[in-house]
Each structure stands twice: as C-alpha cells, then as structure tokens.
Design a binder for this molecule. Structure first.
Ligand code: PMP
Length: 351
C-alpha cells in the first residue's frame, strides 16, 4: 500500500469488470452485450460528425440527445440527464442523493457496482436478502433511512419486479430517493418511467449499451424530476462539464431515433432467450425466469465452475460469480441465433 494513498483510495475496492476479449473465434456470452450490430443510421451519424466538428468541444448540455430521449419517454428535456454509460450516472447519483450518515438498501444479489460506490463515498448500506427463488420482497425496502437502489430486471438473475411492487417501494420511501437501474428493461415489459411524473423521489437510469448495441460508445441516461436532474448536473459539472464526446452524442441520438430496427433485434433476442431457457431446462438446468438479455442457470449435477471451464475450453465465454449463494450459477448472455445454436451443441457434448 502506498504511503501516499488517501483514505478514499484505501477504502476503495474497485469493481472487477467481466473479461473483454477480441478473438472472433470465441463466442462471447459474458458481459451482456447485444450480439447484433448498431443500426446503419448510427454509423452514418458518426461518419458525418467525423467529417467536420471534432475540433470543437461538444455541447455541455447535450440538448440534442436529451431532446430525443425526452420525446421518446414523453417527458420534458429538463427531466433528462446524460452520462458516459449508466455506471457513471450511478456514481454521480450515489454522490448526489445518498448521505454518509444514512443507510441505503439494495438487494444482496444485485449489480456488484453498488457496494463499490457505497464504500467509495462512505455510505453505509444494508444488503437485503432476496427470497429463496431470488425474487425481491418489496416490503423489505420500505422506509429506508437513506434511500434505495436496485436493478429491474435484477442482475444477474434477470428477474423482473412488477410495476405495482416498484411503485410501492417508491411510495414507502417518500422522503428518500429511489433509483431504479433499468439497464435491461427493453427486454422486459414495464418501465417505471411513467411514474416519474407522479413521484419526485424517483430516478430511472437506462443505457444504450444493451438494447441499442452501443456498449462501446458509453452512453447512459437518467429520467427524473428536474430537481434530481439539477442535483446530478451540479455533481457532473464539478468534475467535467463536457462529459459525453461528440461521437457518442450523435451515435446514441441516431440509435434512439431508429425504433423499428431496435425493436426487431430486441424481439429476436427475447425469442432466443425463451428457446434457450427451454433447452437448458431439458438438459437438467434450473433456469430463473429472465426478462433480460441473459439467463441465470444452475445445473443439477455439474458445478458451475466446471461448466465455465469446460465451455471456455470449447471457445465459449460465460460469466461465473465466485460469491455465495450464486456460485453454482452461470450467467449466459443471449447471443445471436447462430451463436446460441453452437452454444447448445457444445454444451450437449460437454454434459
Ligand atoms: N446496471 C446494470 C445492472 C448492469 O448490469 C450494467 C452493465 N454492466 C450497467 C448498469 C452499466 O452499463 P453501462 O455503464 O454500460 O451503461
């Protein structure tokens, strides 16, 4: 440990991202990226931007992209905040809305970035146990001291909490901010965005990394009451008032405008997910009911770590979490139909 480290560095336990590999011969099903490419309109918008404006700073308020998002969700532009991926917005939100002296709550099986941010910003947290079937009990999140955050659908389980249960958590935390991390919501049914108009304590965070095939561009956005957005802007402008680069702004904007292309690939991914869930069940897996672009599954006989290793030897990368009680589960991203057929073939050979 360096004698020059501050207490912030020493209390930090950084997030460990999933493996990133560029080998095209490997079927990469480990970090929930979209198997299909971004729409042509994204490429065209980026080419146009490359043709002229890179010598200029981007807009500090990113009005064009915020207007597109506002129109998509039928809210005002002042209800939208944009950032470099939803991870950045999650970090800003912890700083803006959670206090060092007040305990926040999130599920014990959840996105592993939350405890990282909580420790970084000295925010005490309670990890609320999920039920034995991995679903969330909404009442366990009622009347928190410092606020609530959870993904919906949850990660890495893929389980969706109903909109009425989500609303009950918001209502029962009226004086605290409730953050719903909707990274995977486009693969599910109901977003909580319409509730933003009713509840000034609700912040919904989404991303273009999953359903819009743009994990490489780093764009996320938050939708909430203008007061919450103003809080996020105060934090953002204390670090870097430009935040998004020009290519990210035009690329994400084009993707969010191209609804029919993305609806079509989302439908394909959902169909593949349902097919894979059935196939895995027939092969002796316990598969959780996923509403995301991945499935979470445990085999009745072969351990997850063995399967992870055997799949890797067969050119398939999935995600294994070395954490009880999910250490016997694998999280498998839904790839293209072709990739998932190969996955099933090789899995059958292994089992
Ligand atoms: N929230 C959840 C639940 C996630 O799984 C991820 C992806 N790792 C993110 C947020 C972050 O996504 P991004 O920063 O790419 O927007």
């Amino acid at each position: 440990m360096s004698k020059f480290w501050s207490s912030i560095v020493t209390r930090t336990e950084p997030y460990i991202p999933g493996e990133q590999i560029n080998d095209p011969s490997i079927i990469k099903l480990n970090t929930n990226e979209n198997p299909y490419p971004p729409s042509d309109s994204v490429e065209n918008a980026i080419k146009d931007e490359l043709g002229g404006n890179l010598k200029r700073y981007p807009s500090p308020t990113v009005d064009s992209l915020r207007e597109t998002i506002a129109e998509n969700y039928h809210v005002g532009k002042e209800s939208i905040f944009v950032g470099n991926g939803s991870d950045e917005i999650l970090g800003f939100s912890f700083m803006a809305f959670f206090e060092p002296g007040k305990t926040i709550r999130f599920p014990n099986i959840s996105y592993s970035f939350y405890p990282v941010y909580a420790k970084l910003f000295n925010i005490p947290f309670d990890e609320v146990n999920v039920n034995s079937d991995f679903s969330l009990d909404p009442s366990a999140f009622f009347e928190s001291d410092g606020g609530v955050i959870f993904p919906n659908p949850n990660a890495p389980t893929g389980i969706l909490l109903s909109l009425s249960a989500v609303e009950s958590i918001i209502v029962q935390n009226r004086n605290q901010v409730v953050i719903i991390d909707e990274a995977y919501i486009d693969f599910a049914r109901e977003t909580a965005v319409p509730l933003v108009a009713k509840y000034p304590n609700l912040l919904v965070i989404q991303t273009t990394s999953k359903s819009r095939s743009l994990a490489g561009l780093r764009v996320g956005y938050a939708i909430g009451h203008p007061d919450l957005i103003e809080g996020l802007n105060r934090i953002k402008n204390s670090f870097n008032s430009y935040t998004l680069d020009r290519l990210a702004i035009v690329g994400a904007n084009a993707a969010l405008l191209d609804k029919s292309y993305y609806e079509a690939i989302t439908r394909k991914i959902i169909q593949t997910r349902e097919w894979i869930s059935k196939e895995l069940t027939q092969l002796g897996f316990h598969v959780l009911p996923s509403q995301a672009n991945f499935v979470f599954a445990s085999h009745k006989k072969v351990t997850a770590i063995n399967l992870y290793t055997l799949l890797k030897q067969n050119g398939i990368l999935v995600r294994h979490f070395n954490q009880e009680p999910i250490d016997n589960y694998l999280r498998i991203t839904i790839g293209s139909n072709t990739e998932m057929k190969l996955f099933m073939e090789r899995l059958k050979r292994i089992l």
